[in-house]
Design a protein around this ligand. Structure first.
Ligand SMILES: Nc1ncnc2c1ncn2[C@@H]1O[C@H](COP(=O)(O)OP(=O)(O)OP(=O)(O)O)[C@@H](O)[C@H]1O
Ligand SMILES: [Mg+2]
Length: 258
């Protein structure tokens, strides 16, 4: 029997912004149902990995595979670009991003926000999309906010709307970039609860987070980045319970003291 390929596989990824080398050969694999957390200090390259994975950002070297399908490139090095626009769209819509700042459209209601991409990007039937959107909003606990505008919601509610919007694309995986960092502690917990529910459902997720408790509680695998390289990785119990690298020990003592 052949094994199902991982949903996301990144191999030896290199990325620079001009002279600045940001990713120096990074390997990340998320199999179906895996929750992988990326931790590391500011500037270590966490957001860049997510942005490269869903092709919002170009990379210069290395492979990105979506369900075993390698991204096709044209050109090399600084001139390397994805070669197939349809493939880019397919990958991007299947790896839905949730951002720190929610990025909801302020002039649309919550329901319209959630329905926008499935109707206009995927071209799905409006009635079906509306039913799915309402179900996702109900699931994240804000069914009563459908007709409100983002400014009328708390930060935690806006972030849950952003998660419903990502889910409404029926993606293969969700990519979270610091989903709780802009929130007050009590609102943060509402969002953590939703992420934990998604993990329990077996969703494939890659989560960039400064919340070590979240990373510890939801992850199958944790990756600690340092200056564009993986310094240490492993199961959360090992990584947090018995960190091997001096740098990771230093990082954890800072974040846990904060
Ligand atoms: N568009 C850009 N142009 C130039 N440099 C960039 C750009 N985006 C990121 N960088 C640089 O790349 C490095 C990695 O940035 P990245 O945003 O991936 O870090 P991060 O680990 O997500 O940090 P944080 O925890 O602060 O969000 C940083 O040195 C950053 O300044
Ligand atoms: Mg970041």
């Amino acid at each position: 029997m052949t094994e199902t390929p991982p949903v996301i596989q990144i191999r030896d990824l290199h990325k620079n912004f001009g002279m600045l080398e940001v990713l120096k050969g990074v390997d990340i694999t998320a199999r179906r149902g895996d929750v992988v957390s990326l931790i590391g200090s500011s500037g270590s390259g966490k957001s860049t990995i997510l942005r490269c994975a869903n092709l919002l950002e170009d990379s210069q070297k290395g492979d990105i595979l979506f369900k075993g399908e390698p991204v096709k490139w044209k050109g090399t090095g600084d001139h390397r670009r994805p070669a197939d626009a349809k493939q880019v769209l397919r990958i991007r819509t299947n790896l839905s991003m949730v951002f720190q700042q929610f990025n909801l459209w302020s002039h649309m209601t919550i329901l319209q926000n959630v329905m926008e991409a499935p109707t206009h990007v995927l071209g799905l039937d409006r009635t079906d999309v509306e039913a799915a959107a309402r179900a996702h909003l109900d699931k994240v606990g804000i069914a009563d906010k459908c007709d409100n505008y983002p400014a009328q919601l708390s930060g935690g509610q806006q972030q849950r709307a952003a998660i419903a919007r990502a889910l409404c694309m029926e993606p293969e995986a969700l990519l979270f970039d610091e989903p709780t960092s802009a929130l007050d502690p009590e609102l943060e917990q509402e969002v953590v609860r939703v992420i934990k529910d998604l993990a329990a459902e077996g969703r494939t997720m890659v989560i960039v987070t400064h919340d070590m408790k979240l990373a510890h509680d939801v992850s199958d695998h944790v990756v600690f980045l340092h200056q564009g390289k993986i310094e240490e990785e492993g199961a959360p119990a090992d990584l947090f319970g018995a960190p091997k690298s001096e740098r990771l020990r230093g990082f954890l003592s800072h974040t846990q003291a904060a």
